[in-house]
Design a protein around this ligand. Structure first.
Ligand code: BGP
Length: 480
């Protein structure tokens, strides 16, 4: 144990983070229905394929591999996985419930008991080790039927289906789970409407009109979940969850600062402003006008949003980005998931995600100043192509360096006065990548022996980062 006094609060929530569709597998077992994620082909062109006008969620197994079907078989190996999380000393474990395990089609009235029982087992297993579950109600996996038959979140009926689902899981698990999140990376709809909202271009649904209308429906659904949770127990804490990418202006030209401000408003803040403050921000009208969007807002909607904002602000942070009004410079941008210009001051991951720990300190200050609500970093990490050596070990010093620098930035932000509740790095065990569907883009402290076709032994091995993170938790972040 290090003797240095930790700057992290005593009850800081250290842990790790996963999502059902990316690790459970067993995609048709015990009554589960197909989800949107099950229809996404594996491979680096995943997002290109789903964004094409021909994509309509029909599976074509003669042409593509669907890695989410098998995941890392956590459905059958969860005891082994949770035991490893416990060995690292996790205080919390962020996971999501697969909506289609509970309501296979999404529009039924009776839930699937086998699906509910599975999460009872998961939560009991966590609690056995003193690990508190943190649950995302929906993480990129609405039942496929809701996307195909109803057109995804563009359809207001989804609010009722989600409400029914949220009520079932909150009522069932509220004595076991205190921390909840309503939607994973809700603002991702602006970049990936297929995965995020079940919208396809074919039906015209990928339009800005449908995306913003879909977000309105998700905001209503989120408020309804907050209401259900607080009615059950006012001590339950329900958060929003956004992707946050610190955004810099390309240079000191004021026009580029305006561009950065507008980018921040449209991408980083639009959703959390509504979910955390309970009302549409002043700039929303400008965005709707520019995007030619007319929202269908019913009587009572705005009152509902106002009455039930979230309790904390959860977010993922992987990278920062740079914007400019110069179209030619923007067009030359490489790789960065959220588009934007390469930053000459930063290094990037193999996938072009620009590594920026100081950007995290900026993010924490920005978000806390804006919302004055506790913050929770529920995803962060480095995707890399790990190599398992002859001793079944991975020397992932690059991952340790990434995480260390981000934890240091968190410490600095706490020193700045930010109220940070916890930290759950993404993919604490290797799992299927969301953007590429590949296994070989790994984030874990635990290596899983599977390739991009989800072939291999599936055996689990502790990487070098495993013991490093164990020590970080043991010393409450003072020994990095
Ligand atoms: C976030 C998602 C996760 C996750 C992570 C890493 O956007 O919430 O589901 O996968 O990013 O992304 P990727 O797997 O594409 O590297």
């Amino acid at each position: 144990m290090s003797n240095t006094k930790s700057i992290f609060p005593k009850n800081f929530l250290w842990g790790g983070s996963t999502a059902a569709n990316q690790l459970e597998g067993a995609y048709l077992e015990d009554g589960r229905g197909l989800s949107v994620a099950d229809a996404l082909p594996g491979g680096k062109d995943r997002f290109k394929i789903v964004a094409s006008p021909d994509f309509n969620f029909e599976l074509d197994e003669s042409k593509y591999v669907y890695p989410n079907h098998k995941g890392i078989d956590h459905y059958h190996r969860y005891k082994e996985d949770i035991a490893l999380f416990a060995k690292m000393g996790f205080k919390v474990y962020r996971l999501s419930i697969a909506w289609s395990r509970i309501f296979p089609n999404g529009d039924e009235t009776t839930p699937n008991e086998a699906g509910l029982a599975f999460y009872d087992n998961i939560f009991d297993e966590c609690l056995k080790y003193g690990i508190e579950p943190v649950v995302t109600i929906s993480h990129y996996e609405m039942p496929l039927h809701l996307a195909k038959e109803y057109g995804g979140w563009g359809n207001r009926k989804l609010v009722d289906f989600y409400e029914r689902y949220a009520k079932v899981v909150l009522e069932r698990y509220h004595t076991k789970v205190k921390y909840w999140m309503t939607f994973n990376e809700i603002n991702s709809a602006l970049h990936f409407p297929v995965m995020s909202q079940g919208l396809v271009m074919k039906t015209g649904a990928g339009s800005k009109q449908t995306i913003y209308q879909g977000l309105h429906h998700q905001f209503l659904a989120s408020s309804k979940a907050v209401k259900i949770a607080h009615d059950l127990n006012p001590d339950l804490e329900v958060g929003c969850m956004i992707i946050y990418a610190t955004t810099y202006a390309y240079d000191s030209n004021p026009i580029n600062h305006l561009k950065a401000l507008e980018y921040n408003q449209a991408f980083n803040f639009y959703c959390a402003d509504v979910q955390a403050k309970g009302e549409y921000p002043h700039y929303a009208k400008r965005i709707w006008k520019e995007e030619n969007v007319t929202l269908d807002i019913h009587d009572g909607d705005l009152e509902l949003l106002k009455a039930y904002p979230v309790d904390y602000v959860g977010f993922s942070y992987y990278m920062s980005t740079v914007v400019t009004t110069d179209e030619d410079v923007m067009a030359k941008s490489e790789g960065n998931l959220l588009s934007g210009v390469s930053n000459p001051f930063l290094e990037a991951s193999e996938w072009g995600w620009q590594i920026d720990p100081l950007g995290l300190r900026l993010a924490l200050n920005e978000l806390y100043g804006r919302y004055q609500k506790p913050l929770f970093i529920v995803e962060n990490g480095l995707g890399a192509k790990d190599v398992l050596d002859e001793n079944n070990f991975v020397e992932d010093d690059y991952r340790i360096d990434y995480l260390r620098s981000h934890i240091e930035a968190m410490g600095e932000a706490i020193g700045d006065g930010v109220d940070l509740m916890g930290y759950t790095p993404w993919g604490c065990i290797d799992l299927v990548s969301a953007s590429t569907g590949e296994m070989s883009k790994r984030y874990g402290f635990i290596y899983v022996d599977l390739d991009d076709n989800i072939e291999g032994s599936g055996d689990r091995y502790e990487k070098k980062s495993f013991n490093w993170y164990k020590k970080v938790i043991e010393t409450n972040g003072s020994d990095l």
